[in-house]
Design a protein around this ligand. Structure first.
Ligand code: DX5
Ligand code: ZN
Length: 217
């Protein structure tokens, strides 16, 4: 399984509709949408209204990555605006039980559910919920900004997740986000990743060519 999820954090918004058209015709079938609140991460991005615009322009899977302190409060707004998948950070929850309730709630709204955490967070702290989610996102940079370098520690996490899903018959996709280019994508794929998020690599170059390059690795 290989899915390419361009992160529109790095899109040139002066060329929005042409670029989305290019994405629609490309081999990337997802759009990765980074929501930042200036609290959970030191940066601000977009809310649900812009997502509604993407929903109108594209039938791609809208993969919403919530880097916000209170995902419970805002998830509905993104679902209502057209999100197909919601990924939340484990650090925003006080207990595994709260996470389970949130995952059940999101599933009741018919969206696919992803879990993630910052690079230093131990995945064992939420291993119990991994049988319930559709996707596990491995952050290969500190969340907050595009254009950072890939942290090799992510490869161990990917291998661990791949091992767990084989041993424990979990059914999630493994996604990687941060510093992905042709070289780091190759390493992540070898480690067992299914979904490649790439922002600056795709949007700072020729969008179709860069997507093809990741597709053909
Ligand atoms: C970082 C975001 C990423 C970001 C990746 O917090 O979650 O999705 O767009 O950007 P690149 O691919 O430039 O590292
Ligand atoms: Zn992201």
């Amino acid at each position: 399984m290989r899915i390419i999820a361009p992160s529109v954090l790095s899109l040139d918004y002066s060329r929005l509709s042409e670029t989305v058209q290019e994405l629609n015709e490309s081999k990337a079938k997802w759009i990765h949408y980074d929501v930042m609140d200036g609290h959970f991460v030191p940066n601000l991005t977009f809310g649900p209204d812009i997502l509604r615009g993407f929903r109108k322009m594209s039938n791609h899977f809208l993969d919403v990555h919530l880097m916000i302190e209170d995902p419970l409060k805002y998830a509905d707004m993104f679902i209502e605006a057209g999100a197909d998948g919601i990924t939340f950070h484990s650090e925003c929850f006080k207990s595994v039980d709260e996470m389970i309730d949130f995952i059940d709630y999101l599933h009741s709204k018919n969206v696919s559910v992803g879990i993630t955490s910052k690079p230093e967070t131990d995945m064992n702290s939420y291993k119990e919920v991994l049988g319930l989610v559709d996707l596990v996102l491995v952050m290969s940079v500190e969340p907050g900004f595009g254009g950072q370098s890939f942290q090799e520690g992510a490869l161990d996490k990917i291998r661990t997740l791949d091992g767990w899903r084989k041993e424990l018959e979990f059914d999630y996709l493994i996604q990687v986000d941060g510093g992905i280019n042709a070289e780091t994508a190759q390493l992540a794929l070898k480690a067992g990743v299914d979904v490649l998020v790439a922002g600056s690599y795709i949007f700072k170059g020729d969008v179709t060519e860069k997507i093809d390059e990741l597709w053909n690795l």
